[in-house]
Design a protein around this ligand. Structure first.
Ligand code: NAP
Ligand code: 8YV
Length: 329
């Protein structure tokens, strides 16, 4: 059957203007976040063929593409996710229906790795705290206190995929030993693989999380892992807030179980616990690891290109491993 010229597409929330402009050019766009979502789904759910979505942790989880939402879209064939992490999409439900889910891998690796290095140095050398000291006019009363150093540290990565490897390549330039945890060792890498996360945490002085979110990794970094990292340990999270037990992390930071943390992601974005904001041994960022004009444009274009490929009867460019390519009539 020939594709309709402008298939009905469900957009779950605001997207970049360059994405929205192209979507409205090629699709009949229905906004789930504008007006009564239930009424919209009752009216057009049966016609929707494609979904464009962003990170579901924003807006209180309203942008999640759940199995329940998919069940109300009987003709949907593709869900295009803005972001390499697609934990906000129920891929199991999609796979069971032969719906392809696409993400935005590769185009953000270097950007996220750059930010991770910045966050690591900011956390260990207390760069934001030192800047606050200067801006508060405290320098004339005394220099900023001496800080911890990266110089004596072994660095552990939790996750050694596309972005983990980009981080490790940068860290190699700092001359520090690197080790990592993942379920499978990556062939050909010169770093020690630890199948046991606790053993890695005991071995290193910095732990950087760069793994997917979702049920399999929820609270992988728990009180035991933080205790194993130890009182001089530094924890950096650029993965998802869900991968760490946030209350346990707050306790560890308050009680000196670890020294400090640099966090780009949180359990309930955009809400950050007041206890974290009150701490001086944390550097907190509002989920900005990929947030540059160039990289967000590349991610947005990949969302559009996946949808256009599907609309033109070609295979989507970057399907996630869990979902098959769509069967074509
Ligand atoms: P990737 O290439 O798929 O790499 C994922 C890594 O995590 C692999 O090393 C994988 O190894 C490991 N992993 C997966 N499940 C695991 C588990 N249950 N236990 C231990 N290790 C596990 O993904 P990527 O492109 O590097 O992106 C990684 C994640 O970073 C994304 O999914 C996203 O959540 C996050 N991210 C955040 C930002 C941000 O703005 N802060 C930006 C981009 C990405 P095994 O499969 O062998 O276990
Ligand atoms: C973005 C991300 O912040 O790609 C991901 O998984 O978390 C980030 O690049 C997000 O996708 C946009 O909101």
């Amino acid at each position: 059957m020939a594709e309709p010229s402008r298939p009905d597409l469900l957009q779950t929330g605001p997207m970049m203007p360059m994405v929205e402009a192209q979507l409205s050019q090629h699709f009949t766009v229905h906004r789930l976040d504008q007006g009564d979502a239930d009424q919209l789904l009752a009216e057009v759910g049966g016609r929707i063929r494609a979904v464009a979505t962003g990170v579901g942790s924003t807006a209180g989880g309203k942008r999640r593409v759940t199995g329940e939402l998919l069940a109300r879209l009987p003709k949907v064939e593709i869900v295009a996710n803005f972001g390499v992490g697609y934990d906000a999409v129920d891929v199991e439900a999609a796979a069971a229906r032969g719906i392809v889910v696409t993400n935005t891998p590769g185009v953000l690796d270097d950007e996220v790795a750059d930010l991770t290095i910045g966050l690591l140095l900011a956390t260990i050398r207390q760069i934001p705290q030192a800047e606050r000291h200067l801006r508060a006019g405290l320098w004339p009363q005394g220099g900023f206190p001496l800080t911890a150093t990266l110089r004596d540290r072994t660095i552990g990565l939790v996750g050694m995929g596309r972005i983990g490897q980009a981080i490790a390549r940068r860290l190699a330039g700092f001359g520090r030993p690197i080790a990592y945890h993942s379920r499978r060792a990556v062939e050909g890498l010169p770093y020690d693989h630890y199948p046991d996360l606790l053993a890695l945490a005991r071995h290193v002085d910095v732990l950087i999380a760069i793994i997917p979110g979702g049920p399999e990794t929820t609270h992988l970094i728990n009180a035991d892992v933080l205790a194993a990292l130890g009182p001089t340990g530094v924890f950096i999270n650029v993965a998802r807030g869900s991968v760490v037990d946030e209350p346990a992390l707050i306790r560890a930071l308050q009680q000196g179980t670890i020294a400090s943390a640099g966090l780009d992601v949180f359990a309930h974005e955009p809400n950050v616990p007041a206890e974290l904001v009150a701490l001086d041994n944390v550097v907190l960022l509002p989920h900005v690891a990929s947030a540059t004009h160039a990289t967000r444009n590349a991610m947005g274009q990949l969302v559009v290109d996946n949808l256009l490929a599907w609309r033109e009867g070609r295979d989507p460019l970057t399907p996630v491993p869990e979902t098959p390519l769509p069967a074509r009539a």
